[in-house]
Design a binder for this molecule. Structure first.
Ligand code: THU
Length: 166
């Protein structure tokens, strides 16, 4: 048996100024989008903004429902809309931000497992990394270079492809 180590990098920016202008705008948009969340049940308001290769920016916020599991996270609202509106156009960066009235958010909110899986699908499809920017209200930003880093040993749609019988 051999032991294998997996590793990835996270960059931490103390403030927005450490990011490119393009990414600064994206983070600000994600923060703005927390205001548009429909989250009456959790009161946890999440915003997301996706920058596409063609320069378009698509935003999303979490949308909840009285039948709880029917809601959707901000990240999936944003990437599904991006793929629906601009199918086949690469996603370069996604920024995510969260706000709540009843808790102090200590660390930047990080996408849930289901969102990681959905983001990974697009990353695998486009064969190019999607950068993930996780912003906190006080200005700190975590930067992950690609979705795969957030979901190692992942399952992807490629695993469903049948082998060529030859
Ligand atoms: N939520 C998101 O929108 N994104 C995340 O990364 C984590 C959680 C939403 C789902 C639900 O509406 C609320 O936050 C509480 O879990």
């Amino acid at each position: 048996m051999i032991k294998k180590d997996l590793s990835f990098h996270i960059f931490e920016a103390e403030s927005l100024e450490e990011l490119s202008q393009e990414e600064q705008k994206l983070v600000l948009l994600a923060k703005e989008m927390t205001q548009k969340a429909y989250a009456p049940y959790s009161e946890f308001f999440v915003g997301a903004a996706v920058l596409l290769e063609n320069g378009e920016v698509i935003t999303g916020s979490n949308q909840e429902n009285g039948a709880y599991p029917s809601g959707l996270c901000a990240e999936r609202v944003a990437v599904f809309a991006a793929s629906a509106m601009f199918p086949g156009i690469q996603m370069k960066v996604i920024a995510v931000s969260a706000k709540t009235t009843h808790l102090k958010i200590e660390e930047p909110v990080s996408p849930c497992g289901a969102c990681r899986q959905v983001l990974l699908e697009y990353e695998v499809l486009q064969k190019a990394p999607i950068r993930v920017l996780l912003a906190k209200d006080d200005g700190k930003i975590l930067i992950v270079e690609k979705v795969h880093d957030l979901l190692p040993l992942s399952f992807s749609g490629n695993d469903l492809k049948k082998n060529d019988p030859g």
